[in-house]
Design a protein around this ligand. Sequence first.
Ligand SMILES: *[C@@H]1O[C@H](CO)[C@@H](O)[C@H](O)[C@H]1NC(C)=O
Ligand SMILES: *[C@@H]1O[C@H](CO)[C@@H](O)[C@H](O)[C@H]1NC(C)=O
Ligand SMILES: *[C@@H]1O[C@H](CO)[C@@H](O)[C@H](O)[C@H]1NC(C)=O
Ligand SMILES: *[C@@H]1O[C@H](CO)[C@@H](O)[C@H](O)[C@H]1NC(C)=O
Ligand SMILES: *[C@@H]1O[C@H](CO)[C@@H](O)[C@H](O)[C@H]1NC(C)=O
Ligand SMILES: *[C@@H]1O[C@H](CO)[C@@H](O)[C@H](O)[C@H]1NC(C)=O
Ligand SMILES: *[C@@H]1O[C@H](CO)[C@@H](O)[C@H](O)[C@H]1NC(C)=O
Length: 550
Amino acid sequence: MKALKSLTALVVFLSSFQARSSPTQKCELAHASRADGQSVILSPSSSLPDQVSNPIVNNFVSLSIAIHWFQDYTRQGAGASQPNTFTRNLLDSLTESSGGLAPQIRVGGTSADRTTYVLREDQEETIKTISGANGIPINVTINPLWFERCFDGATFPPSTKFVFDLPLVRNDSGAVNNSVRGAEWALEAIGSERFQAFEIGNEEDLYTDQAVVPSSWTVADYVERWRTFSQQIYNRAIQNSEVGGTEGKKWFQGLVFSGLGNNKPAWTTMTAFNAGINRDGSLQSVSLHNYPAGNAPWVTLGRTFMNHAAIVANVSQVNRHIAFLQSSPDTQDIDVVLGETNSDFVNLGMEQFEGVLGSALWGIDYILYAASSNVKRVNMHQGTTFGYSAWQPVQINDIQPKVRPPWYALKFAAEAIGSHEGPVQISPLTPTSDEKISAYALYDSARLARIAIVNFNEWNSTTPYPRPNTTFSVRGLSLSRATGRRLTASGGASADTDVTFGGLRWNFSTNGLPESVDGVAGEEELDLNENGELDLAVGASEAMLVRLEL
Ligand SMILES: *[C@@H]1O[C@H](CO)[C@@H](O)[C@H](O)[C@H]1NC(C)=O
Ligand SMILES: *[C@@H]1O[C@H](CO)[C@@H](O)[C@H](O)[C@H]1NC(C)=O
Ligand SMILES: *[C@@H]1O[C@H](CO)[C@@H](O)[C@H](O)[C@H]1NC(C)=O
Ligand SMILES: *[C@@H]1O[C@H](CO)[C@@H](O)[C@H](O)[C@H]1NC(C)=O
Ligand SMILES: *[C@@H]1O[C@H](CO)[C@@H](O)[C@H](O)[C@H]1NC(C)=O
Ligand SMILES: *[C@@H]1O[C@H](CO)[C@@H](O)[C@H](O)[C@H]1NC(C)=O
Ligand SMILES: *[C@@H]1O[C@H](CO)[C@@H](O)[C@H](O)[C@H]1NC(C)=O
């Protein structure tokens, strides 16, 4: 097996299906959902359509890593003494897809809110945790050596920027000093070149449920506490550091609420801004978290995750937050990020929904729909043992490190957004009400360049009929060439192994470098008819990234 350093190896595969036309095709787009074996007309405009997104940052696909797992992602070897080269190779791969702009990394989460920064003379270990429910510790203590090691430049592509989450939940007399100390140590370890922002607190809209504040605690109380902490962190840590003074006070990513306000109408971007969260002008961005599902009995892979209409409904909740910030000149520069997000807030014991090809398909559509909704960036959340993680960075018990199917969502979506240096924009091509089909057109400098297609029809190796496919008929353009890379696995939607994208597999066996897999097509040369039209079969539970030449 050979490890490839890049995607330049092009395996040409001549697809054999023929152009078809059927009188029923024209009405397909009106249907809310469709069975396999049918065809779907895609009519992308060659130049920018009206409903196109703002320019998308190349590193739109970014990461969030739970603080208590950050050392696993960044270090390896006895005593975590070495940089984690497996992680480094995977980050390099995403960076290559994004034109050299590395994924941004947010270090945070509930565990970050429960962290105490301790001196080395008080704690020899870099990190200590007291375990709690759902893989999230009730207490974390970290010392300066943790910062020095975890932010070691050798682990990250050079353009990596970090968002670091400081505690807000504590309200004892030492709470502010603890957060200021964390800010000082983080700034020193991260350095001004790599520092993006601080968050303070995590999912404060859940504090009352967690009984860490009185039940009467309101968004106004939160804003008051946040302003006290942010002022102290700015005055005592940021201002005296290398980053101080260069960009005013805008060194904070605010809110970090658990939801988009659906369950907690009192906790939204609107209520927080109205309560004065940005009175000091210190916010560069607003982070909202989103996990569409938990472990309710109605959760299934096919209905809950492999469902474009559900993804649209979930992501669309962000629209009013963005519109609110855009509505005033005072706030329109403030970005909205899905700063900690993934498929399911229950992160343990749900691998059948979170760690399979079907969940990678969910991830592609979720990320691309968020891009089309003018979210600035998504930070897909990661933890060593979490079911939705893209890779397991270190050995756990007797389980070797590995790349997991959700990795392929990150890689596919990063490739779809791509490495173009001018504006990249996206526009959905299929109805938002359609559950089983999703497609997007991607524009490089206002010119149609790629189409991403997801076929959510569920098929797996136990399904009692051969894998069906849907034909996507690209019409209205005269193409000169089209090539495609398929995301698939022979086991279908429920496969947790043998996933490939464009014939490549990423795994620990090659330390995170891609290898081409025998018998699986690489980049496929797609047949065009004499009018430059394309008919492309995409199997049930597969995705396809098509590169177009007009
Ligand atoms: C967490 O650790 C800190 C520092 O050691 C300690 O002060 C605090 O009491 C601990 N909290 C719990 C809940 O164990
Ligand atoms: C936080 O501490 C302050 C000062 O001790 C106190 O006045 C306030 O009531 C506390 N707030 C909460 C929510 O516990
Ligand atoms: C917090 O830090 C300040 C500045 O170093 C110090 O004056 C103050 O006593 C500290 N507060 C506590 C409660 O330790
Ligand atoms: C989010 O997705 C879940 C799962 O499909 C769905 O049940 C729920 O209604 C969605 N939530 C919203 C607000 O759209
Ligand atoms: C396999 O797919 C079928 C749909 O064809 C579905 O009914 C079944 O639940 C799936 N099996 C698993 C393990 O998800
Ligand atoms: C798509 O499905 C049809 C009908 O089963 C089959 O004949 C055809 O070979 C399939 N095409 C591809 C590319 O898999
Ligand atoms: C991935 O790597 C692990 C650990 O080296 C190995 O056990 C597994 O078989 C590999 N999977 C594939 C599909 O190569």
